[in-house]
Design a protein around this ligand. Structure first.
Ligand SMILES: Cc1cc2nc3c(=O)[nH]c(=O)nc-3n(C[C@H](O)[C@H](O)[C@H](O)COP(=O)(O)O)c2cc1C
Length: 358
């Protein structure tokens, strides 16, 4: 289906934000998680009540997310987070997504959704929900060796089912160990592809200076890896493909995940842009609920996207394998507070139509 045509009112950008309502909501929504912390969202304000949500052409993954499925997932999560932030300000935000994948050939911001506001009576719990946006984090630290409580997982399962998605998990020690090994092998196998490695390298921030200069990407502190090692892994990759360094890299990756007792996955329709948007809604609310219950998670994206690893994981699960497409797998558990990943400032999210894209 062709994407609908949106009103072509000239953009008034941040100047339309008379009372700062969009800036206030963005202040919270910018903490939305995104693959490699690339933060692809940009907003073109049309007036105080409407904005276009766009995908930044310089923040895309054409080689490793060729269909744009996971980029649409994160943009949908961003719209959900924005709605939670606006609810605390007394506005209901609705998002109407374009029914099309992101066109990677366009070297300009690509429209993904039309956002509209309406007044909403303020609710007492809305501010607490808004604080959860800033508290949610990815934890790549070791976990404390306990299983995630089943009541929390059952809540996620019920919530996911309301959107037509299934949520499954295992606390089985052998399965958890095997899942971690499959992820480790997939991460290393994916990085043997020069195209994938080059695309990911753009988002690696091996030093504090680099992370703080861009306020995006995967900071070595958050990856729980020494910066020198991360840099050498990418820039001197041949040396890490075999022998002692390959063994060391794999051992460090597995050791960093000790104490994990729960793996969990989501499955359901994941073919069309509308499916990806719905999956994003499911994931956004689930991650916030987990975070509110003190549970951290660490997605295992490579097991989902690497076909061999995906198959190995499903075979390993045996009869408990999901019946539908598994679109997200993560380890979950209780850990120390992880280092906080950085975000671009709120002002940089507003689109400036004179901006040049590479
Ligand atoms: C759709 C999606 C897929 C992700 N996949 C991975 C992954 O495969 N491995 C990983 O370590 N982190 C993954 N992440 C986590 C992001 O890297 C993380 O959200 C980002 O770096 C920001 O950090 P924060 O979640 O602590 O705010 C994923 C996040 C999203 C939204």
């Amino acid at each position: 289906m062709k994407p609908p045509v949106w009103p072509t009112t000239p953009a008034v950008r941040a100047t339309a934000d008379h009372d700062g309502r969009w800036a206030e909501a963005l202040h919270y929504a910018r903490w939305t998680p995104s693959p490699h912390n690339m933060q692809p969202w940009r907003l073109r304000l049309l007036n105080a009540w409407q904005a276009e949500l766009c995908c930044d052409p310089d923040r895309q993954l054409p080689n490793t997310d060729p269909q744009s499925a996971f980029t649409m997932v994160t943009l949908s999560m961003f719209a959900e987070h924005l709605a939670i932030a606006f609810a605390a300000q007394g506005y209901a935000l609705s998002a109407e997504f374009v029914d099309a994948p992101i066109d990677y050939t366009v070297r300009a911001p690509v429209l993904v959704a039309m956002l509209s506001l309406e007044p909403l009576p303020k609710r007492l719990d809305a501010r607490a929900r808004r604080s959860a946006l800033c508290e949610r984090q990815t934890s790549r630290l070791p976990y404390d060796g306990s299983c995630v409580h089943n009541e929390v997982l059952e809540t996620i399962q019920r919530r996911s089912a309301t959107e037509g998605h299934q949520f499954g998990w295992t606390h089985d020690r052998a399965q958890v160990r095997a899942g971690i090994a499959i992820n480790r092998d997939a991460v290393f196998a994916d990085m043997d592809s020069e195209v994938a490695r080059t695309e990911l390298r753009r988002w690696i921030r091996p030093s504090d200076q680099q992370a703080q200069a861009t306020n995006d990407g995967l900071w070595s502190r958050c990856m729980h890896f020494p910066g020198w090692l991360l840099r050498d892994f990418f820039d001197n990759h041949r040396a890490w493909q075999h022998g002692a360094r390959a063994a060391l890299g794999k051992r460090l990756l597995t050791h960093g995940m000790r104490g994990t007792r729960t793996l969990a996955w989501w499955s359901g329709p994941f073919v069309t842009p509308a499916d990806w948007v719905r999956a994003g809604r499911v994931f956004a609310h689930a991650w916030l609920l987990l975070s509110e219950a003190g549970v951290h998670l660490h997605p295992f994206g490579s097991v989902v996207t690497n076909p061999d690893a995906h198959q190995r994981f499903l075979s390993m699960l045996g009869p408990s394998r999901p019946a539908n497409t598994m679109w997200l797998l993560a380890r979950m558990g209780y850990s120390d507070q992880p280092p906080r990943s950085l975000r671009i400032p709120t002002s940089a999210i507003f689109l400036n139509d004179t901006e040049q894209f590479s």
